[in-house]
Design a binder for this molecule. Structure first.
Ligand code: AHR
Length: 643
């Protein structure tokens, strides 16, 4: 390939091009980014007296455990309690333990902040809480006194002197069996936090937050995805039940098979987005739940004459987020909860995947939300994202649309030029969820036996990167994009592949993570696209590229993807001199020993660094031209200083 990189700047690159799509899936939030260590901490959204209600809890030395709503709860939002019955024959320490989210990370030097509510009608003795290994090594403990017959909160800290060798650890709560024999104790709303990202209370797990932070995302779409929608209207994500003291948050069933605590709520998301210096894309529930897919006649999306209260609810949410300091009851509430200043908000996404309810979306749902919200906030400059296919004509006409694609590598590299012909008519595209999910057409969302990926692969990342060159080259119309989903707890997976995989203490960054986000695409982004002139015709080679110019420090970035199975030489010509006599490259590839034909290499928890970016520099003898070999299945980002 001969490739000329011209000085012709075709258009500015959208500063919000790379971001994240977020929802609680695969325990990405509870048991993931949200740093709370105790699973099922307040028995939210469980059915009392069932085994499932005890998820995460186990008896210690024969105490009988059950979840009950038959005693007054910690709060009206949290009616369920853990009832602990001590046998009359008890001796020695007896009680119960929480297993964490498939383990607890015990680290020397960390301070763990804990709390619980408890009461007992007839027991007035002490209660011991501890952080211990499953085999009984106690890392630290505390004794709580003063239990009475009404719920009170007790707080404690743990400061382990040694780190546990693994994550097979427990949070235990015990009493002396002889003193408590025959008694019943009740517990509710437990919490145990390790140190969090930036030390925020009720904050985020440090390693996961840092990994996301390191990618400099410019957008954060939340709270879903399907997890916005609920299985039913009633089970939708409700913003006002995710704010304030955690005792006020009832939690919800969630769309991905496990209860959500909503500890990671609206304000936690917005604080995090401020930490990222990103912009929120706020998904709002638009009258469609998962059970409504296809506008089923027997259970329609919310009918027109019942929709207004849901529009009003979003209007209240936007008041809560954006009202100037102390200007309204909503602003006062936000201040009471710790954030007097308004949050930034520009993008509102109306629904999620409303291609599953297009008729009502087109007939009235889109319009009622857009017009209703705009009428209440004429000066906020809000921008709305539609979620039907682009072909659905909407009134008012959409200016931004969110499109999702989970597909094979072939789809992605074949679609790398799809935006070259996108109409320049004022509308913009959000590639709001995308990933190579499988290798077989027709089985992209199937099982591993038909090619579904468990982790992102090198082949998949190369195909995604090929597609991304097309997005970046056309970022006048592609204003944003997000790989999806983001995180998976390896112990509770509903969707693969994901950009980061983790367990109770370790996280592994996938090839797609390195590609899209950190060292490569997102952080080597120019301010303007540079026109390139290829020869021969690009359709004859598996090379894909985009060039950009960074105006602030006069750098040129050239991103080249080789999706093929042979190394390919590029003869690169510059219309401007490269200064310094050298360029640098960061590259993802199979490395020194690629196995011909094997591209399904992944980073896994077992082999976390199979593929990581490798940095190099190379001499440019003639300042206007040089040759570079792009290895089979590789993604290369070159940087040059120019005059
Ligand atoms: O990312 C997983 C799911 O895929 C999202 O929840 C949904 O929007 C899409 O169908």
């Amino acid at each position: 390939l001969n490739l000329r990189i011209t000085q012709n700047m075709t258009h500015a690159i959208s500063p919000t091009l790379y971001g994240y799509m977020w929802e609680d899936i695969n325990h990405s939030g509870d048991g993931g980014l949200y740093a709370e260590l105790l699973q099922n901490r307040a028995f939210q959204s469980v059915i009392p007296k069932t085994g499932a209600a005890l998820q995460g809890w186990q008896s210690v030395s024969g105490a009988f455990l059950t979840v009950t709503a038959g005693t007054s709860g910690v709060s009206s939002a949290l009616p369920n309690s853990l009832q602990v019955s001590i046998p009359r024959t008890a001796k020695g320490p007896i009680g119960f333990a929480n297993t964490g989210y498939w383990g607890i990370n015990v680290q020397a030097g960390w301070t763990y902040t804990g709390s619980l509510y408890m009461k007992a009608p007839n027991y007035g003795g002490s209660v011991t809480v501890a952080l211990a290994s499953a085999s009984g090594t106690v890392y630290d403990s505390a004794t709580l006194y003063g239990i009475s017959d009404t719920y009170k909160q007790y707080t404690f800290t743990f400061s382990p002197k040694t780190s546990a060798p693994d994550y097979n650890n427990l949070f235990t709560v015990t009493v002396d069996g002889a003193s408590a024999a025959g008694e019943t104790l009740y517990f509710g709303m437990f919490s145990l936090f390790p140190p969090t990202f930036r030390g925020r209370q009720n904050g985020l797990r440090m390693d996961l937050a840092q990994a996301l932070f390191d990618t400099s995302p410019k957008l954060w779409r939340f709270p879903g995805g399907n997890n916005l929608e609920g299985h039913t209207w009633q089970e939708r994500w409700k913003w006002n039940e995710t704010i304030g003291p955690i005792e006020n948050r009832p939690g919800r069933v969630g769309d991905w098979g496990y209860p959500n605590t909503d500890g990671l709520g609206l304000m936690e998301y917005l604080d995090w987005i401020e930490d990222l210096e990103a912009a929120p894309i706020l998904g709002v529930w638009a009258g469609l739940s998962i059970g409504n897919y296809s506008d089923l006649p027997d259970w329609p999306t919310v009918p027109e004459n019942e929709l207004q209260p849901y529009v009003d609810d979003v209007i209240n949410e936007i008041h809560f987020i954006t009202d100037p300091e102390y200007s309204s009851e909503w602003a006062n509430l936000r201040a009471e909860y710790g954030h007097p200043a308004p949050y930034n908000l520009t993008y509102i996404e109306v629904g999620n995947e409303d291609q599953f309810g297009p008729d009502s979306y087109q007939a009235y749902r889109w319009q009622m939300f857009v017009d209703g919200i705009n009428a209440s906030f004429p000066n906020l400059g809000l921008q709305f994202l539609a979620t039907t296919p682009p072909s659905v004509a909407l009134n008012p006409a959409y200016l931004k649309i969110d499109f999702h694609q989970y597909a094979t590598p072939g789809w992605f590299y074949n679609a790398s030029s799809m935006f070259d012909t996108y109409p320049r008519n004022g509308t913009q595209w959000f590639m709001g969820e995308y990933a190579v999910t499988g290798t077989e057409v027709g089985c992209e969302l199937g099982t591993p036996s038909c090619g579904r990926l468990l982790y992102p692969t090198l082949e998949g990342a190369c195909a995604e990167a090929a597609f991304m060159t097309g997005m970046e080259r056309n970022s006048d119309v592609v204003f944003a994009s997000a790989y999806a989903p983001s995180l998976q707890n390896i112990n509770s997976v509903q969707w693969t592949p994901d950009i980061i995989t983790f367990n109770a203490g370790r996280a592994v960054k996938s090839v797609s993570y390195y590609n899209q986000q950190q060292q490569l695409f997102a952080t080597n982004l120019g301010t303007h696209v540079l026109a390139t002139v290829p020869e021969p015709n690009p359709t004859t080679t598996p090379l894909y590229w985009v060039a950009s110019h960074q105006a602030t420090n006069n750098l040129v970035f050239l991103k080249v993807v080789n999706t093929g199975s042979a190394d390919l030489v590029g003869n690169l010509f510059f219309d401007f001199p490269v200064v310094g006599g050298f360029g640098t490259a960061q590259q993802l590839s199979a490395g020194l020993y690629p196995i011909p034909g094997v591209y399904n290499i992944s980073n896994t928890l077992e082999v976390p660094n199979a593929i990581t970016p490798v940095a190099s520099s190379f001499a440019i003898v003639d300042s206007n031209m040089f040759n570079y070999t792009f290895p089979q299945s590789s993604i290369t980002v070159m940087t040059f200083a120019v005059d």
